[in-house]
Design a protein around this ligand. Sequence first.
Ligand code: C2E
Ligand code: MG
Ligand code: MG
Length: 762
Amino acid sequence: MSDPRGRKDRGRRWLLSPTIAGGIALIVYFALLLVTTWVAQERLSHSTSARHALDARLHANALSYFYAERLGDLANLRRDQAVQSFFVNRDLGMSMKYGLHASLVSIRGVLIERVGEKRVDAGPFFDRIALFDADGTILVDTSADPPAAESWLALDSGLPSHVRLVVDAPQHPDAILVEAPVVMSERGRGTLVAWVNERTALAALVGLDPAGSGLDRYRLLRSAAEVAEIEGAVGAPIEVSGTPFFLVGLERASLDERLLTSRWFLFALVLLAVALLTGGWMLLGAQRQNLVLQTRMDVARLQRRKLSEHNERLREEIKKRQEYERRLIYQANYDSLTGLPNRTLAMDRLEQSLMIAAREDHRVLVFYLDLDHFKRVNDSLGHAAGDEALVQTAERVSKLVSAGDTLARLAADEFLVIYPDLRDPVDAAERAQALLGLFTAAFTIEGRELFLTASLGIAISPSDGKSAEDLLKNADLAMKEAKDAGRARYSFYIPGLDVQIRERLSMANLLRHAAERGELALLYQPLIDLRTGRVVAAEALLRWTSEELGAVAPDLLVPVAEDAGLIQHIGGWVLERACCAAARWQSIAPCRVAVNVSSLQLQAPESFSEQVDLALSRSGLSAGLLELEITEGVLLRDRPTIGTLLANLDRRGIRLSLDDFGTGYSALSYLRRFPFHVLKIDRTFIAGIPDNQEDAELTRAIIAMAQALGLGVLAEGVERTEQRDFLVEQGCDLAQGYLFSRPIDADALGVMLGRNGEVNRS
Ligand code: C2E
Ligand code: MG
Ligand code: MG
């Protein structure tokens, strides 16, 4: 048995594990993403600053070079021939009027040329170049509009004469100037001063547009102290060598860089990750809830279905049980075949009826009914036909049973009728007669017409018994008496009947030892050929002279032997005795012997065949001299074994005759189907001929039919000459009867054969 809870847990684990794994994978993914981004940001930020620092360093170098160049420009300019010539000429005393002025014009031309020549695309390196005299006055100026009263302090002879940058000139505090003293003969004669176009230079050197805002990326400071005042300075200020300047980079990172390195970017990523994880988690939760809900619904549905199936099974079980109990009650009290009360219920009702009868002082009438030769119906037609006969019997009898009376089936073919209120004992005989009258009409069973009779035993309380058991037992005894008296009749119980019956019951026991005690004998009745009047065969007839019972007729003896299971044994004895007698006769005259065979003997075909073989071999009689007489009932069963048996016997040359034809089913079909040689017309038909028209007609018809079928025909019970004459006239082949001879012993028959087979015909 599997555990549903365990299965459910396993199912849930199975459902959740991918979810948890997925969640963990997502978290790890986002954590990695964040760490990677943070590290990348750090790296980017570092590399950006490094790049900026490198840029600044390069630009500082470029500026240093630029200013060195500009110092070189001025140094070259002060050595220019025009400048030198001017001061030499003035020292020589040349007046302004004669040559000095021209010299100055020449110097100005050189200066202007230099201003115009030293430039980049964005503009000139120098805004202006002026030559100051040693006294500070302006000698030459490239500016068309120089400021008034401008002067440049004359240099002392002690002052250094090297070219230098001046950033703190009193009259030009914001300008960057290149000062180049003109020294001749170790005496300062004047000073060349150039105004550096700082913006153009800076722009050209750092590759920025001088008009644009790109200049904001760097700032040139006059001293390191100014750095602190600059907002957004990146890195340390870089000294521009050869100048007093410091170059400082301002934060001008690109938008991408700023975005990528921004902490907000990281924060936004974290937020996104959290949002995604939360969303995913909620989705999974919803999914899981759906799954859980779905699973619960499935489980509930399954449980409901199982419950309803269980209930259904329970209901069916209860129904079956009720039905079973009902059947049990029914079976306990009713007969399943006919639906009549059974023995138990019948006894119960009988007891009640007897109690009431005793109280109210009236009689209870009981009929014990038994079908005659019912066993034959079963044996010959089969049990289904037997059952049908019982059902029809029950239906017929119930017509005579009114409300308050009881009809019950006690056993196989035994019925009980209880009339609980019998007013007049005379009524009993009338009712019995009426009941037997129900059997005059033929029964139709499986399409065949069948005549059944019944024997009835009558007992009346209180004289025949006060208790139910006594009354039933005595009715049963009365029924047996009716049977013994010839069947198809009723008998009243008379005191002492049980003793007689008991005696008869012991007949079977006596019969069991009759053969050994030599009480059995065979008589032989000759069968006469009507054309010649000679004996051609003899029928062996069994006789029992019991020491206790006296002579017992075979009509009584054979059914007892059949009931007691003795018929095979006795039949074997008869066969052997008859064959031996016949074998003896053959030395006198040829004569067949006819042996009667009970249907029960044929039901065991193998042992019967063995008995026949044994009888023939022991007696030495040839098979052609043995004739077996079979009654029709046995053939109705259509058993292939019987057909085979008869065919075998026929093949071996044994003759078969159909005994007592006309008393049973008289079916013609089996006359053709089975290999009979002779048909024996029952003596009840012969008794009436020739006077009784009906018997005469029937006998005539049977003879004609037998002839038409190629069968020999024999008439039984021929007692009178008219009967013989009639039979001879009809062409009947054979006859037997007291007219020719009564059954006689074997020796007497031998004597008869010795007389040329002629019987004593009176
Ligand atoms: P069944 O085979 O029809 O035998 C003929 C019976 O008719 C014999 O009666 C015989 O005595 C009697 N019978 C013969 N001629 C006349 C007659 O002119 N008038 C009258 N009223 N009766 C005549 P039985 O010997 O009493 O035998 C009666 C039946 O018992 C036989 O009828 C046969 O069916 C049976 N039976 C006799 N012996 C045996 C036997 O050894 N084995 C078996 N299975 N049945 C036997
Ligand atoms: Mg016979
Ligand atoms: Mg007969």
